[in-house]
Design a binder for this molecule. Structure first.
Ligand code: HMG
Length: 414
């Protein structure tokens, strides 16, 4: 039985900050942000948005695009590291906002950015195990990445959500059963209780990411080895490679590491290509990975959603060319857990490739650094949506320790 992603939809907040403006305010060369990290803009949430409204807006768009009745959802998995309560999961607010029926498993998954993949794999296993039930799973990855103002992590913030309908009629991506995994207890990035902003050992986190990539990819490659011709690189069998992208330069570093491991394992001694290795890797990056990170260079880190925003952005740009071809995906969550897996883009994908990302990015309002700092330090206030608001739900605030949500007026009328 084929299992995978039947439909995908994205949601990104209505505000964005230019990293050039941030560079000026922080007195660093703008090339450090745009070339050094590869980020151009980062998404910022308005006071009326939180992790729940981002998730619910993505979920609603996914169900609408798929033409699926919310009652058909038998499992709602919400991956996030921006939890709003120690007990009450983000998913149960989303369950109500989307009108999903009573007979549904709803829970939250956490392992930093890896949780989006944990949710996708859990949903796929549930579909495989529930032959004949004909119900679908809705996986939503939603996060707001926050670091301290003026910290090295500041330019790598962002926010957004991706919703994926998972079932046995995959039209977006058919998941292959094998994957390579890697886990280790490391303190590279964490957010203790009571803190809104993450703590991070930045340079160490980059090393941890690359070590986890090596661990997961090496295991996956060993599984694939019997299918490869002698000296054949696995990357030659993949039309595109997508990476968890906290900032685009990280994907470039990851691609270099993966290609090096792959070529060495294929017996194409790295030394043999050494004089041209940089050029070869740069060309391979342009061919296999650059398109996948284009959209996220305008959004920033979205933690659990990052890899799947890359998938959505890639398909919006290249669906036709990728139909019938395999892609490789690498998911990393600090702390850490990682997985390398593959999937095939089904024929006919063009008709479901619009995840809404392009339109959302065009409709955003750019804010200045003063407004960004005001929003970052104002805490959770909730409120009415700004004039140009694309979201389907609003966070009204916290009253009597309870969170309140509703619909923006224009959306209610629609
Ligand atoms: P930094 O101190 O700003 O770094 O922190 P830097 O001084 O090394 O500069 C960054 C790059 O800009 C370097 O390039 C510089 O050379 C270059 P590289 O050597 O790395 O190729 N540069 C310039 N380039 C052009 N013109 C210039 C210029 N100046 C410098 N004038 C760091 C960077 C990423 C560490 C920081 O932003 C940070 O801590 N970010 C947050 C942590 C993070 O994103 N880690 C990624 C791996 S962990 C992960 O992905 C998990 C995560 O998503 C969380 C989760 O799982 O939930 C974070």
């Amino acid at each position: 039985m084929s299992v995978g992603i039947e439909r995908i939809a994205a949601y990104v907040p209505s505000y964005a900050l230019s990293l050039r403006d941030l560079a000026v305010a922080r007195d660093v060369p703008s090339e450090k942000m745009t070339a050094g990290l590869g980020v151009h803009e980062m998404a910022i949430v308005a006071p009326c948005e939180d992790v729940v409204t981002l998730a619910a807006s993505a979920g609603l768009r996914c169900l609408r695009r798929a033409g699926v009745d919310p009652g058909e959802i038998g499992m709602l998995l919400l991956a996030t590291e921006t939890g709003v309560d120690h007990s009450k999961p983000v998913g149960i607010f989303v369950h109500e906002l989307l009108g999903i029926g009573r007979h549904c498993r709803v829970y939250e998954l956490k392992h930093a950015c890896y949780a989006g993949t944990a949710a996708l794999m859990t949903a796929a296993d549930w579909v495989r195990a529930s032959v004949g039930r004909r119900r679908k799973a809705l996986v939503i990855a939603s996060d707001i990445a926050r670091y301290e103002l003026r910290s090295p992590g500041e330019p790598t913030q962002g926010a957004g959500a991706v919703a994926m309908l998972v079932g046995n009629e995959p039209r977006v991506l058919t998941l292959e059963a094998d994957s390579g995994t890697f886990a280790a207890n490391v303190y590279d990035f964490w957010r203790p209780f009571g803190r809104r902003e993450a703590l991070v050992d930045g340079k160490f986190s980059v090393e941890c990411y690359l070590d986890a990539l090596a661990g997961a990819f090496t295991q996956y490659r060993a599984l694939e080895r019997p299918q490869l011709a002698p000296e054949e690189a696995l990357s030659d069998r993949l039309a595109r490679l997508l990476y968890h992208t906290p900032f685009p330069k990280m994907a470039a570093k990851a691609h270099r590491r993966l290609i090096e491991l792959d070529w060495r394992a294929a017996g194409q001694r790295w030394a043999k290509v050494e004089p041209t290795a940089d050029e070869s890797v740069a060309a391979s990056f342009r061919d296999l990975a650059a398109t996948g990170i284009e959209a996220v260079s305008h959004i920033g880190n979205t933690y659990t959603a990052s890899l799947y925003l890359c998938l959505a952005g890639l398909l919006e740009r290249e669906a036709r060319a990728l139909a019938g071809r395999r892609v490789g995906l690498f998911s990393y969550g600090s702390g850490c857990c990682a997985e390398f897996f593959t999937g095939t883009v089904p024929n006919g994908v063009e008709s479901v490739a619009d995840a809404g990302l392009r339109d959302l990015l065009k409709a955003r309002t750019m804010i200045d650094v003063a407004e960004y700092e005001r929003l970052m330090t104002s805490g959770e206030v909730g409120g009415e949506p700004p004039a140009a608001f694309a979201g389907d739900f609003v966070f009204r605030g916290v009253r009597n320790d309870r969170r309140e949500y509703g619909r923006p007026r224009a959306s209610m009328a629609a």
